[in-house]
Design a protein around this ligand. Structure first.
Ligand SMILES: Cc1ncc(COP(=O)(O)O)c(C=O)c1O
Length: 411
């Protein structure tokens, strides 16, 4: 029988055609079955998952409240959880947080996707940090946004560059809608936005009527006293900021429980978009998170989590100090999971990755995080997955590859 090849291209929407694979997920294929030290994986360590407690809570929730926990639920989220999130927001200084402004989402990733779809039209411009979180870039891209990068230095977004980019976009007559920012312990750079620049940023957003999408996935995972007092942009301008938080990093990402807080009108639109996406987030996951909050499981473990990641961060910084090639530099995070390393200008982190993997270590090349295509000489290093000793070994192996490449390029 003749096999007919069916063409599907004609059937794709503009979005269908726009969709492209995540550059980081492609890396997993490169790793194959190799046993390598992974400084690439940006997930929380499974060692931090409170398995026994969650097993007990899950069994109890199903036994005692299974009829509602296994049912469909309200699109905006379980009432008790929305109330609890309102309390969390108050404790972060976002005082004016009513349940009507909150939508529970299936991970912050869904929040990013929904808000992008609700506010952006193909051709609209969104400003993003250079570099920025891949998942945020994907959500904005899928919504059709054109992204313009704003430079960061060790204090976060460079305000003069922000102003310049806004002026340029405006003078070209393009419609600038929003700025997507991760002010605390950014993924992928580990950089934190300075207090003064937070005020400047919200003033500029006021002046140019921009919406700020503030992704605060790592808020609780700080390493210093100063970092414990960081003020969210949403606390400064609640009516101009869509604020995203998540339980992924402090409990477990598999529970896919997160929230979005927005001015009421926008929250309503997000809720309507969510209804079409998944009716509601998992009621079982939400019920487990509610119990974890009620029992103080999350709050109680935060000091341990901070110490856990701080030690790993220190191990990576120490190893970089010992082994990094001359001419390279790296960020010094005060929280979160990531360090961004910058090699000499001519280095190519993507080209050196296969050799690093052969040498037993993986990292993520930085370029996909830069929407302007720069960053070829940068890489993201995650200290969340491996033990402090293994991190030291991994950095040593990686830096050996970098040193060799440098020696060869000179030869
Ligand atoms: C900055 C940032 N935002 C959002 C997310 C997604 O988190 P969630 O598990 O809540 O979808 C991540 C996960 O890596 C992240 O790093």
């Amino acid at each position: 029988m003749l096999k007919t090849e069916i063409e599907y291209d004609y059937i794709l929407s503009a979005l269908g055609r726009r969709l492209r694979p995540n550059a980081i997920r492609k890396l997993t294929k490169l790793l194959g079955s190799k046993e390598v030290i992974s400084l690439a994986a940006g997930a929380p360590s499974f060692e931090t998952f409170p398995l026994e407690e969650l097993a007990e809570i899950s069994a109890r929730v199903i036994r005692e409240r299974g009829q509602s926990a296994l049912q469909y639920g309200p699109t905006k989220g379980q009432g008790a959880l929305v109330e609890a999130v309102s309390g969390i927001l108050q404790s972060r200084g976002i005082l004016d947080s009513k349940p009507a402004q909150i939508v529970m989402t299936t991970g912050s990733q869904q929040g990013l996707d929904l808000i992008a779809r609700v506010i952006l039209e193909p051709g609209d411009v969104a400003l993003v940090e250079l570099p920025s979180y891949i998942g945020g870039i994907i959500a904005l891209h899928n919504a059709g946004a054109e992204m313009i990068g704003v430079r960061q230095d060790d204090g976060g977004i460079v305000i003069s560059d922000l102003k310049e980019k806004i002026d340029r976009v405006r003078s070209e007559g393009r419609r600038l809608k929003c700025i997507y920012t991760i002010p605390n312990f950014q993924n992928p750079s580990g950089v934190t936005l300075e207090a003064e620049r937070r005020n400047e940023l919200v003033d500029i957003a006021d002046e140019h009527d921009l919406l700020i999408i503030e992704d605060d996935a790592y808020f609780d995972l700080y390493f210093t006293e100063d970092a414990s007092r960081l003020v969210p942009l949403a606390a400064l301008r609640p009516d101009r900021v869509v604020y995203l938080g998540t339980f992924s990093k402090v409990l477990a990402p598999g529970l896919r429980t997160a929230w979005l807080r927005a001015p009421e009108e926008l929250a309503e639109k997000v809720e309507l978009a969510k209804e079409g996406a998944d009716i509601s987030s998992s009621m079982l996951d939400q019920a487990i998170v509610i119990e974890a909050i009620r029992e103080g499981l999350i709050e109680r473990r935060l000091p341990e989590l901070r110490a856990f990641y701080k030690i790993r961060c220190r191990a990576m910084l120490d190893a970089l100090g010992r082994f990094a090639p001359a001419g390279s530099r790296w960020t010094e995070p005060i929280g979160g999971f990531f360090i961004l390393m910058e090699l000499a200008a001519e280095a190519d982190a993507t080209a050196m990755l296969p050799e690093a993997i052969d040498g037993g270590v993986a990292y993520v090349p930085g370029q996909p995080f830069f929407v302007d295509g720069s960053g070829a000489n940068t890489l993201r290093l995650a200290y969340s997955k491996e033990s402090p000793e293994t991190i030291g070994d991994g950095i040593q192996r990686m830096c050996r590859v970098f040193q060799n490449a440098k020696a060869q390029s000179k030869a």
